[in-house]
Design a protein around this ligand. Structure first.
Ligand code: CMC
Length: 427
């Protein structure tokens, strides 16, 4: 393939370099486009825009491939623990035993929160959406940590990383416990990272906590599958906020807000709400398929379709299998799982979905697993945020280390042209 692309405009031909990724992707480097031609590119939703060069996650939406730092997602979900994956994403290599243990210990050292933050949590009504609360508390953490780090000082970056890895799970468990009316507690730091999260969340004040390996294992898989997904909406948000040299906590707080929306991470909540609606509507999946197809109806089949995957989302395959295993192992019969299976089947056979390559995405089955664990629907996206944390950190670190310029897109202005001001008394 040529290493140059030519743009012809108003009789002028200008060549631009083509950059090549390690998996054979090509991109026209238009950095000098405006300077050379006065033109800018117009790409709403950035469907064709590469915002950075990244060595963290590779995904091929046509082939349904997802790899973190070169490792297949299936291998990581089956064989690694969440902290190994977090280390891999952030630092680029799977940790040795010593590196893993040192990382876990350093995180544990930071696994406490200034008690004053509880006052902020207490001021929220119980009915507040957990994502809003989590985003606010994460912003609140900045008051107790340096707002900015020197990117040339590896120890400062490392400290910021272990701090947020230690503190976010506590916030997540507090948000959950507040919602459930349970006392706010810290964890048992003799446990592994995920095992401790499960304990912090599910421990009851009136009972000895007994770990359930099925739940710990399913939680590990879910967190790994959500850990990174290259330049999606929340990750791009983290990078763009961080590009102003805002600190890691502030950037992550912004990422949490971006993740909240139902077209992004909020889809896991929306899926289960939709499946409940279908169940209460006599389980008529075809009615909802038809609603999704109807262009006059704003309804979309939640948990279907993806900006990048035009093939089966590889994460969805793993999650579907995990959902089956967890429900079987725990002996839970959930009619919503049957509706999900029927809906999936009906959509996969329907030309509307086939032609548009709309397949179930990662969130189609994740909510069913969270439900089985007893996690309330509104907490699902919070769990997604917990999983995505290492990805956000890795992308933020990469962006700062690459010394990327501040993110600042341009626009095509289509508003009023210059006009004369009309004084208030004349309007
Ligand atoms: N139900 C019905 N029709 C759909 C759906 C859907 N879920 N998704 C896309 N379409 C149709 C859309 O109407 C359009 O049809 P047409 O060509 O006739 O106008 C076509 O498919 C292409 O859709 P698009 O909106 O241009 O695609 P996009 O890349 O902008 O949107 C999406 C991707 C994920 C926002 C979208 O598929 C969607 O809204 N899905 C439901 C929400 C969801 O499950 N989100 C979770 C994504 S996975 C988690 C994550 O990574 O955040």
């Amino acid at each position: 393939m040529s290493t140059k692309a030519t743009i012809e405009f108003e009789g002028k031909r200008i060549e631009f370099p083509v950059v090549k990724g390690s998996e054979g992707e090509h991109a026209i480097d238009v950095k000098s486009l405006r300077q050379q031609t006065g033109l800018i590119t117009f790409d709403p939703g950035y469907k064709n825009t590469g915002s950075c060069q990244s060595g963290i996650t590779f995904l091929d939406g046509e082939e349904g491939v997802l790899r973190y730092r070169g490792y297949e997602i299936n291998d990581l979900a089956e064989k690694a623990n969440f902290l190994e994956v977090a280390y891999l994403l952030i630092f680029g290599e799977l940790p040795t035993h010593e590196q893993h243990d040192a990382f876990l210990n350093d995180i544990k050292e930071e696994s406490y929160i200034d008690e004053d933050l509880k006052k902020i949590l207490e001021s929220f009504p119980k009915s507040a959406h957990p994502m809003g609360v989590l985003s606010s508390l994460t912003s609140g953490l900045t008051a107790f940590s340096p707002s900015s780090v020197d990117v040339n000082a590896d120890d400062q970056i490392y400290n910021a990383i272990v701090r947020i890895m230690g503190k976010l799970p506590i916030l997540v468990s507090w948000v959950y416990r507040k919602r459930m009316g349970l006392p706010l507690k810290y964890g048992d730091y003799a446990l592994g990272y995920v095992e401790n999260i499960a304990r912090m969340m599910f421990r009851k004040p009136n009972k000895e906590y007994v770990a359930n390996p099925i739940i710990d294992d399913a939680l590990t898989k879910l967190l790994i599958l959500h850990a990174d997904h290259e330049q999606n909406c929340s990750t791009s948000t983290v990078r763009i906020v961080g590009s102003s040299h805002a600190g890691l906590f502030a950037s992550v707080a912004a990422g949490i807000s971006a993740l909240w929306g139902p077209l992004h991470g909020g889809a896991n909540q929306a899926v289960v709400e939709m499946l409940e609606d279908i169940k209460n509507d006599d389980g008529d999946v075809n009615k909802y398929i038809n609603k999704a197809k109807d262009k006059e109806d704003s309804f979309r089949l939640m948990g279907f379709g993806h900006r990048v995957y035009k093939n089966f989302d590889p994460r969805a395959r793993i999650i579907k299998k995990t959902a089956d295993e967890v429900l079987n192992d725990l002996g839970v019969v959930d009619p919503v799982l049957d509706i999900a299976k029927k809906l999936e089947q009906a959509a996969l056979e329907n030309p509307y979905f086939v032609d548009r390559k709309l397949y179930p995405n990662v969130d189609f089955y994740s909510g069913i697993i969270y439900r089985t664990m007893g996690i309330p629907t509104e907490m699902f996206t919070v769990m997604f945020a917990l999983g995505r944390l290492p990805g956000w950190i890795a992308q933020w670190r990469e962006m700062r280390k690459q010394k990327e310029p501040i993110g600042r897109p341009r626009q095509v202005y289509v508003g009023e042209r210059k006009r004369s001001f009309v004084p208030f008394e004349n309007r």
